[in-house]
Write a protein that binds this ligand. Structure first.
Ligand code: P6P
Length: 282
């Protein structure tokens, strides 16, 4: 597993370099979710694929930017599901973006997640690794090396509220719930980048990130295998919770297709319990 983590650290520096030097235009293709691909999306995906081609324990890759499963090593053990550059459309306005990796052993479902990693490309490059039985570990790049900074723990109750999706497409239950948090003094913190938005809530003591089912996206927007499940694991390991609109743990998800999405709520215990009560699912 450490070989995978070390490979991701190398990937982080290469993608950070690409962000700073690459053409920010659009390619002439779409990803599997029908979203226009930036040249940077494609370049980041290639960086990751080339890096893991030399890691024998990696059996398969599943990328947000590609359809299906790519077999790398027949005798490998793990499948890595990843979003190479989540929120890439924010690069051209110089906001932080990230890469997300879910490392699975066996069938691609949440219960088979062995570890998750995300990288934040911001004023600094930061990387968080979550493993079973441990708090997520934050590392930061100093020069060409990552150094561990410390474990991440979430408070029981936070102050930040990151409500995703288009408000006019929210249910009335969700709108009432989100407004109730703001009426209690929660601060709006939403950039449109899942990785920096969830990173901020974890590091700043907690709160709630929500991307519910909406009238335009009834099953939510965020992809289960390489966005929702990796972060659900992060939040649970940090002492928080991660649930869907029925209050069910996202770590119980069993996708039927590699690009399945799910409504998702990530947060401190207090905010998730408040969400369950507001949704009538507690
Ligand atoms: P909306 C970026 O496109 C992304 O996939 C996530 O990084 C982010 O949380 C979400 O979409 C933002 O979506 O609909 O709120 O703009």
């Amino acid at each position: 597993m450490n070989t995978i983590f070390e490979t991701i650290k190398t990937i982080a520096f290469d993608i950070d370099d690409a962000i700073k030097t690459a053409d920010l235009g659009y390619s002439d293709s779409e990803n599997s979710s029908g979203e226009d691909q930036l040249k940077l999306d494609v370049q980041s995906d290639i960086i990751i694929e080339k890096a893991f081609a030399f890691v024998a324990i990696v059996k398969n890759l599943v990328s947000e930017e590609k359809e299906g499963v790519l077999e790398l090593h027949e005798t490998g053990k793990y499948t890595i599901c990843y979003d190479p550059l989540d929120g890439s459309s924010l690069v051209d306005v110089n906001l932080s973006v990230g890469s997300i990796f879910g490392i699975y052993e066996g069938k691609l479902q949440a219960s088979n997640l062995v570890a998750s990693v995300y990288v934040v490309y911001g004023p600094r490059i930061e990387l968080v690794i979550a493993q079973h039985g441990k708090k997520p570990m934050l590392s930061r790049a100093f020069g060409t090396q990552f150094r561990e900074v410390g474990e991440i723990s979430m408070n029981e109750k936070g102050k930040l509220n990151a409500p995703g999706g288009t408000q006019q497409n929210w249910s009335s239950v969700h709108k009432t719930f989100v407004d109730s948090l703001f009426n209690q003094g929660y601060r709006l913190r939403y950039s449109g980048g899942m990785v920096p938005d969830l990173h901020q809530i974890m590091l700043k003591g907690g709160g709630l990130f929500s991307y519910p089912g909406t009238t335009d996206k009834p099953d939510g927007k965020l992809r289960q295998l390489f966005e929702v499940i990796p972060f659900a694991f992060m939040y649970e390991q940090a002492g928080g919770q991660a649930v869907n609109e029925k209050g069910q743990r996202l770590m119980e998800l069993i996708p039927t297709h590699p690009h399945d999405t799910s409504p998702c709520f990530f947060g401190s215990n207090h905010e998730i319990e408040a969400m369950k009560k507001a949704y009538g699912v507690h």
